[in-house]
Design a protein around this ligand. Structure first.
Ligand code: NAP
Length: 307
């Protein structure tokens, strides 16, 4: 019987492992499909406090892992299929293996949705990203594009005008889904050029494999054109990685785990949710880490109260 099992190894998972490790709870961390989480798919991270020179995303995650294992966290590279609540514990199933734990911290993150175009995987970090806050500052005085028509797309496009010379807002319809205020803010910005009724059909790269243009098609007129740009910010939504908890934990209509306001508790006693799997608003490394800390302290308190 484990005291704490942490599912997921992004910023939230490793931070809760550091805290529960230092509390002598010897956490078991199940690494999941994408060890290290979303930061392993970015290049430089400039906004994580404490690193004024910036830090490569994968390196930051390796350091978090090192810090967690130093305090006794154990890691197994397993993907969790399902979790069952027993009277005083949880059963965690990975293939034909079963783990038992008194508490569970779910820190499985969310996956940005992509268009599914050829070469997409290779372009991530080379002119294709899903986070303007993380990568916008790398694209100063050059044209960029945002794909999507929701609040995220408008927010990111508006934010990017601080750096980019021009921001194409490529949307598949001629009306934004975003809230009125966010849509107006974006459309009133003279650096933002909407590209209506359009879908990106191809990413074009230079000799170094960096993004240099996109091909778009107007789905009403079938007219095709190329837009020269240096980076594409895909903002067509995220999918929280919580499907394996279906039927156990309450989620909102988009699948994000619902936390008890002000903490990381969920509707299931002893099960805590931290980071992007429960956050569709901030989605930052530092907010996920903060959530991981809260989940660890709350799990510790729960164990003490139930001893
Ligand atoms: P969203 O509201 O689901 O919008 C996704 C956008 O992507 C839609 O415009 C959609 O087009 C487009 N899209 C989806 N699949 C596509 C595809 N395959 N190809 C091209 N376009 C595609 O997602 P979101 O903007 O990330 O927002 C998620 C939630 O977070 C929302 O509840 C939002 O209000 C909230 N949020 C709030 C704030 C804020 O208040 N500051 C900021 C960000 C997000 P269609 O419109 O045609 O469906």
């Amino acid at each position: 019987m484990e005291k704490v099992i942490i599912i997921g190894t992004g910023c939230a998972g490793w931070t809760s492992a550091i805290y529960t490790g230092r509390a002598n709870l010897s956490p078991l961390v199940l690494a999941g499909d994408q060890p290290g989480g979303q930061l392993t798919t970015t290049t430089e991270v400039e906004n994580y406090p404490g690193f004024p020179e910036g830090m490569m995303g994968p390196e930051l995650m390796m350091k978090m892992q090192e810090q967690a294992t130093k305090f006794g966290a154990r890691v197994e590279y397993k993907k969790v299929d399902s979790v069952k609540k027993n009277s005083q514990s949880f059963s965690i199933f990975c293939g034909d293996q079963e783990y038992e734990s008194e508490t569970v911290i779910v820190a499985t993150g969310a996956a940005p949705r992509h268009l599914g175009l050829e070469g997409e995987e290779k372009l991530i970090g080379h002119g294709l990203t899903s986070c303007a806050t993380c990568d916008g500052a790398f694209y100063r005085d050059v044209p960029v594009a945002v794909i999507g028509g929701g609040d995220s797309a408008c927010e990111e496009a508006t934010f990017l005008t601080r750096f980019a010379s021009k921001v194409y807002l490529i949307h598949r319809r001629d009306e934004l889904r975003a809230s009125k205020i966010m849509a107006e803010r974006a459309l009133d910005n003279e650096k933002i050029e909407p590209v209506w009724d359009s879908q990106v059909t191809e990413y074009l790269t230079d000799d170094d494999g960096e993004m240099k243009a996109v091909k778009v098609i107007n789905i009403k007129t079938n007219e095709e054109k190329e837009l020269d740009l240096k980076c594409v910010f895909v903002a067509i939504g995220h999918v929280p990685n919580a499907q394996f908890l279906q039927g156990l934990v309450d989620t909102d209509e988009n699948g994000y785990i619902i936390q008890v306001p002000g903490c990381t508790k969920t509707n299931v006693e002893g099960l805590f949710a931290a980071g992007d799997v429960a956050d569709h608003v901030y989605r930052q490394a530092i907010t996920a880490a903060g959530d991981g800390c809260k989940a660890a302290l709350e799990a510790e308190r729960y164990l003490a109260e139930n001893e």
